[in-house]
Design a protein. Structure first.
Length: 380
């Protein structure tokens, strides 16, 4: 395999990527009848074992529990006819899915572990740190964790909704340098290739700007999974915010990981910069409790690494307490940053647009140093 960084595939090989997250989609693992694609999966495990032997620490985010469980329970619509069906299918399929991974990895002398996560496990700071510590210990012990969303208890309010974003969040928690989304598509195209035969693959994205985001839609090629290109771009944003590169690559062929490492055929999203651990956690959060709108001057100040002051705010939305995570929206309606509020929404509403020397009289107490301090703020 290529050993220098002139080849994007090498970024994800053991010498340059000590920790790697590999996400595997449902349509790759499970055929339309709901059976495991055992021969294909054995080739992927062989690829993973080769990288593990080369010293790479790997975690696998594996879809497929619902599809597999639905077949065993003979549920209609692939187990997705109702929330109760999906939860029952997940509970049944997950035990089988984990055993399949464990058996295949054991054949290569590798110990597997299972971690089931909900959105709250990675949105709550303390639980996030606990999950991060568990991942770190497993990986340093040479174990390969098999990770999935805990669909047997998750509801619409506490769901990632797809394993693309889960994979990126696991990458953050694990301190991974790379995330590979193996999928039924081989990357981001200039348009949806199912609609436009002239669409071309984009091999490299260095900035997730509006033009790139406009190229995605929410459909999956197979119709089996829950994530489309929109979720993959959101996963790229989450991974990049933590300083990790992310690639979307096809998993349809045998030995898909080795094929990507050799050819770099896919779309790689390169991080603009790394983030400190706390800021990476903030950027990766999928749930916020409010929004604050700011003027152009405040947006420029944030871009220069400064704190957000009350004088630069123009409106607030939502009910939030001091310390809650809120989004910062620029003058053109775009989300520009995210941070921890220094005021609850009631006091925040009273000081919108006010100068610092006015705040004590308005609030009746000594004001905070900023509306959102730069140490608790991350640009998006």
């Amino acid at each position: 395999m290529v050993a220098d960084l002139t080849h994007d595939g090498a970024r994800f090989a053991a010498p340059h990527c000590p920790r790697l997250i590999v996400k595997v989609g449902s349509s790759l693992l499970v055929d339309p009848a709901g059976a495991i694609r055992a021969e294909w999966l054995a080739t992927l495990v062989a690829d993973i074992a080769a990288q593990h032997k080369a010293g790479q620490q790997i975690a696998i985010v594996s879809s497929g529990a619902i599809a597999l469980g639905a077949r065993r329970l003979k549920l209609p619509k692939g187990g997705r006819a109702s929330l109760e069906d999906a939860q029952a299918a997940a509970a049944t399929g997950q035990i089988a899915l984990s055993q399949i991974w464990a058996d295949l990895l054991a054949a290569h002398g590798i110990v597997a572990a299972q971690m089931l996560l909900t959105l709250d496990d990675l949105e709550d700071r303390r639980r996030y740190l606990n999950a991060s510590a568990t991942l770190d210990r497993l990986l340093t012990l040479g174990v390969i964790p098999i990770i999935n969303e805990n669909d047997s208890v998750a509801t619409a309010e506490i769901r990632f909704g797809d394993n693309d974003r889960l994979g990126a969040r696991v990458g953050q928690a694990a301190g991974a340098q790379g995330v590979i989304l193996l999928s039924d598509v081989d990357g981001l195209y200039t348009a949806n290739p199912m609609d436009d035969p002239s669409a071309t693959l984009i091999p490299r994205v260095e900035k997730l700007d509006p033009a790139i985001l406009a190229m995605a839609d929410g459909r999956t090629a197979s119709g089996m999974g829950s994530g489309g290109m929109i979720s993959k771009l959101e996963a790229a944003r989450i991974a990049n915010s933590a300083g990790a590169a992310l690639v979307i690559a096809s998993g349809k062929r045998p030995h898909p990981l080795a094929h990507y490492l050799d050819t770099a055929h896919g779309t790689i999203f390169l991080p603009e910069r790394g983030s400190r651990a706390r800021k990476a956690w903030l950027a990766g959060r999928m749930r916020v409790t409010g929004r604050v709108h700011i003027d152009a001057g405040a947006a420029d100040a944030l871009a220069q690494g400064k704190s957000l002051l009350a004088a630069g705010t123009t409106a607030i939305e939502g009910a939030f307490e001091r310390g809650d995570v809120i989004d910062i929206v620029g003058p053109e309606g775009q989300r520009v940053a995210r941070g921890l509020a220094e005021y609850d929404n009631g006091d925040a509403a009273r000081i919108i647009g006010r100068r610092k020397d006015e705040l004590a009289a308005i609030l009746g107490y000594a004001p905070r140093t900023a509306f959102i301090h730069r140490d608790h703020l991350v640009l998006l």
